[in-house]
Design a protein around this ligand. Structure first.
Ligand code: GLN
Length: 491
């Protein structure tokens, strides 16, 4: 394997900027690595070799012409298949969008291109980002590079696996209930969910619009921060985009890397460190808490009593929004169309298309959501869940009056064997037990590798107040400076 694929994005960008390697060389190394391992990992749904090499050539030409390049110019990036990419297949892991080539780029993809990053292709995901293992992808499961018989997390398992398998140094994910952080945790990589509204949803295929948050995935905290800076910031095309600059996450990551957390007060969410998590996860978490204390952080226990209602509230709010959002897949406007033989009514064609195009988990969510929104049940389900959302936000607000950031394990359990949780949806939903509260509140959260349990990665989650994304990067980088990064066994 070429050394270039082992490098961080920061290192690659430095070499490209200094003329020690070219973007084309870097891109070729990663395409070769994908060719060598992706038949076993299946991180990618689509590899755009020609597009990647063309983008890399452009970067090299710009450099040769003496242009000033951005901090990630020439660095390859893998993009979750939830973002629209002009002319490049975008399926959301669903048969219903098979063959769709969007006529436009998502804002995040535009920003990636403008920054001179090189898009390698689109990564596998649970259908419509609903799931925690990529097993609900209509195009086959992704394998965790740490153990190919285990899941890489989800819904963004492809992005996380691509990082862990050294197929890409950077990736994009989207986090509605944990789909960036949970795959990060179980693959030993870094995943950050920005403040809701801090990254644009324009061109992100919608699942649950009040929760969906695209964000950066990387192997180091600094790389994630650099990517966050490139993709973040106000977008007039997204009505919920926050009209403020991105907090200085890069400076915060650099500050954290000095390993000094003096004056930083962290709260352990007491509800998340009792039962409900595997002993190996709790052990790695506690060791990290000791490490953070040694770095100077003050650590206290904080109770967030309503967090225990987050999972049920999420599984009403997210399916409700999904049932509305997914109504647009009608067999008329995008992708699949079934039964349009001239003899069937429009309604029959829509019904046949949706029957054939959506997988079982997506159908389950549409049915739950439609039920929760139906007249007579609305107040008892959707309305009640919204009230719980307010209570959870109040828990966060009260906690952040006492501490700068909250910490917890990212997930209750490490990567589980493929097939272990598919027969019981609730067992799958539990993967996001600790990540969902942040989505309901809207604040940022990051997962950073903090140790191993029986040879499998464990993540530590840091949650910060809205628009204080920089705080979580500082703490994450500080922890990384003592625990280091984690390399899976060679593939
Ligand atoms: N696993 C959660 C779900 O299935 C979260 C998914 C996500 O963040 N996109 O809904």
């Amino acid at each position: 394997m070429s050394d270039l694929t082992r490098m961080t994005a920061t290192e690659i960008a430095g070499l490209v900027a200094g003329g020690e390697t070219s973007a084309v060389e870097v891109t070729r190394a990663h395409l070769d690595r994908i060719a060598a391992v992706d038949d076993r990992v299946h991180a990618f749904l689509h590899v755009d070799s020609a597009g990647a090499l063309a983008a890399a050539r452009q970067v090299d030409d710009r450099r040769a012409a003496g242009e000033q390049l951005g901090p990630l110019a020439g660095v390859p990036v893998a993009v979750k298949d939830v973002l629209a990419t002009k002319g490049v297949p975008t399926t959301v892991g669903s048969k219903i969008l098979q063959g769709w080539r969007p006529p436009y780029d998502a804002t995040i993809v535009q920003r990636l291109r403008a920054a001179g990053t090189v898009m390698l292709g689109k990564t596998n995901m649970d259908e419509f980002a609903m799931g925690s293992s990529t097993e609900y992808s209509a195009y086959g499961v992704t394998h965790n590079p740490w153990d190919l018989d285990r899941i890489p997390g989800g819904s963004g398992g492809g992005s996380a696996a691509a990082l862990a398998a050294y197929e890409a140094p950077l990736a994009i994910g989207s986090d509605t209930g944990g789909s960036i952080r949970q795959p990060g945790a179980v693959t030993g990589t870094v995943g950050a969910k920005p403040t809701y509204g801090g990254t644009s949803r324009y061109g992100l295929v919608a699942f649950s619009s009040s929760l969906d948050t695209p964000g950066p995935c990387a192997r180091t905290v600094l790389d994630a921060a650099l990517l966050h800076e490139v993709i973040g910031g106000h977008d007039p095309r997204d009505s919920t985009s926050i009209p403020q600059p991105v907090p200085d996450v890069v400076a915060a990551a650099k500050l954290g890397a000095t390993g000094d957390l003096t004056g930083v007060k962290l709260g352990i969410v007491s509800e998340f460190t009792g039962e409900g998590a595997e002993p190996g996860v709790l052990a790695a978490f506690r060791e990290s808490v000791d490490a953070l204390t040694k770095l100077g952080a003050e650590i206290v226990e904080v109770s967030c009593p309503n967090f225990k209602y987050a999972l049920p509230a999420y599984y009403l709010i997210a399916p409700s929004e999904c049932s509305s959002n997914l109504a647009r897949f009608d067999g008329v406007r995008f992708g699949l169309r079934v039964g349009d033989d001239g003899n069937r009514s429009l309604e029959e064609v829509m019904s046949l298309t949706r029957e054939a195009g959506f997988g079982p988990e997506v159908k389950r969510r549409i049915m739950i959501g439609t039920y929760a929104l139906s007249s007579g049940y609305y107040d008892a389900y959707y309305g009640q869940a919204q009230k719980v959302r307010t209570l959870i936000t109040r828990d966060f607000t009260a906690a952040f009056e006492q501490v700068d950031a909250l910490i917890s394990p990212t997930t209750p359990f490490v990567a589980f064997p493929i097939g272990a949780r598919t027969s019981d949806p609730y067992q799958m939903y539990l993967a996001d037990l600790f990540t969902i509260p942040t989505n309901l509140y809207g604040g940022p959260g990051i997962s950073v590798p903090c140790g191993l349990s029986d040879g499998l990665p464990v993540g530590l989650q840091i949650m910060a107040p809205t628009m204080a994304d920089d705080r979580m990067y500082r703490v994450a980088a500080a922890l990384e400076s003592v625990v280091g990064t984690f390399t899976p066994p060679a593939l």
